[in-house]
Design a protein around this ligand. Structure first.
Ligand SMILES: Cc1cc2nc3c(=O)[nH]c(=O)nc-3n(C[C@H](O)[C@H](O)[C@H](O)COP(=O)(O)O)c2cc1C
Length: 331
């Protein structure tokens, strides 16, 4: 399926506590990418009695598709079982399995997983092998990683490319760089050249600081990449994946009125209420979305402060209803 995507194809980056099914459905309705990733789900948790609590990470709907199950963990046996369950449909409807080998967060790295696997190749090998065995060639297996741990380390990408992966996503920074320096696209281009030599079948996706489709197309062309992944760009523009801007060069989002922005937040909060049971995702989760939508018009800051002071979803929805009613009276 991944090989059938257009070139370059666009992917919404996995962002924990952000790209849940609700936000993915909103992005699917504004300007959809070609591929979605779930938030990262821990396989050791999924294969434990704690599975129910983690299933919110795997939750999806009909519109946030095609969707890749993005997983992490430590025990290869649990990767094997999870891959089998993804393929069988037990965990939902997915088109691929992606292994997180890039998360830089201290307590994750402290457990020797995610970006720490860059330094533990035997375990990285066992995890990829176990996942591929569990998937049994019935589903693509891919990896999302960084340029290296302490410094750029192309031996890591050579190692990954020797594993017959279907796709390799490179975030153009090392673990040590976290997100503090600009992404290094030239090195992503070097890795693409390695791919040409070592594993022509592996799709290469570049990631880091891309704000919209136009910039992504430019970078993909410049570095010969198959796909582009956008993360934080979606915070600035919910239409980041849109094919065209209007004749004046404005993005669709720039043309959105205050009323349209409030209406989009209303849609997000309504879907959030319909999707998550009480407490499954706390109300403060909505604050980051409030900042995305309630932005770019006079009085946005004050309005955000009011909305973010709300203590219940019902109250937030009531406020948004009132705002929309008064907007309609004005217009
Ligand atoms: C809030 C947040 C959560 C993230 N969670 C994940 C994650 O669960 N798995 C992952 O591989 N990357 C995660 N990332 C990294 C992004 O997927 C992406 O690689 C990074 O933000 C760089 O891309 P960007 O500059 O387009 O945002 C996260 C990033 C942010 C900002």
């Amino acid at each position: 399926m991944l090989h059938d995507l257009p070139k370059p194809f666009f992917v919404l980056a996995p962002m924990d506590d952000v790209t849940d099914t609700v936000f993915r459905q909103i992005v699917a309705s504004t300007a959809a990418p070609d591929l979605f990733f779930t938030e990262f789900a821990n396989v050791d948790g999924l294969q434990s009695p704690g599975r129910t609590r983690l299933m919110k990470k795997m939750k999806h709907a009909e519109t946030d598709q095609p969707l890749v199950a993005h997983i992490w963990g430590r025990n290869p046996e649990n990767f094997y079982k999870t891959a089998q369950q993804v393929v069988s449909g037990e965990l939902g409807n997915f088109v691929g399995i992606d292994l997180n080998m890039g998360c830089p967060v201290k307590n994750v790295v402290g457990h020797g997983v995610c970006s720490a696997l860059i330094k533990d190749r035997p375990l990285a090998h066992d995890i990829i092998q176990a996942t591929q065995d569990g998937a049994g060639a019935r589903m693509p297996v891919s990896v999302k990683t960084r340029l290296g741990f302490g410094e750029v380390d192309l031996t890591w990408h050579e190692f990954l490319l020797s594993h017959n992966l279907d796709m390799l996503t490179i975030h153009g920074r090392t673990r040590a760089q976290m997100s503090k320096v600009p992404a290094n696209w030239d090195t992503i281009g070097e890795i693409r050249k390695l791919r040409d030599k070592l594993a022509p079948q592996t799709l290469i996706v570049g990631n880091g600081d891309v704000m919209d489709r136009a910039q992504g197309v430019e970078l993909a062309t410049q570095h010969g990449l198959d796909g582009i992944m956008i993360g934080r760009g979606i915070f600035q523009d919910p239409f980041a994946f849109a094919r065209d801007s209007d004749q004046s060069g404005q993005s669709i989002w720039e043309t959105y009125s205050r009323q349209q922005r409030i209406a989009l937040f209303h849609r997000h909060v309504s879907l959030f209420k319909a999707t998550w049971q009480e407490g499954e995702r706390p109300i403060h989760t909505l604050n980051k979305f409030c900042k995305i939508y309630i932005n770019g018009f006079d009085g946005a800051k004050e309005l955000r402060e009011e909305l973010m002071a709300s203590t219940s979803i019902a109250e937030t929805l009531g406020m948004l209803d009132d705002l929309l009613k008064s907007e309609m009276q004005i217009n």
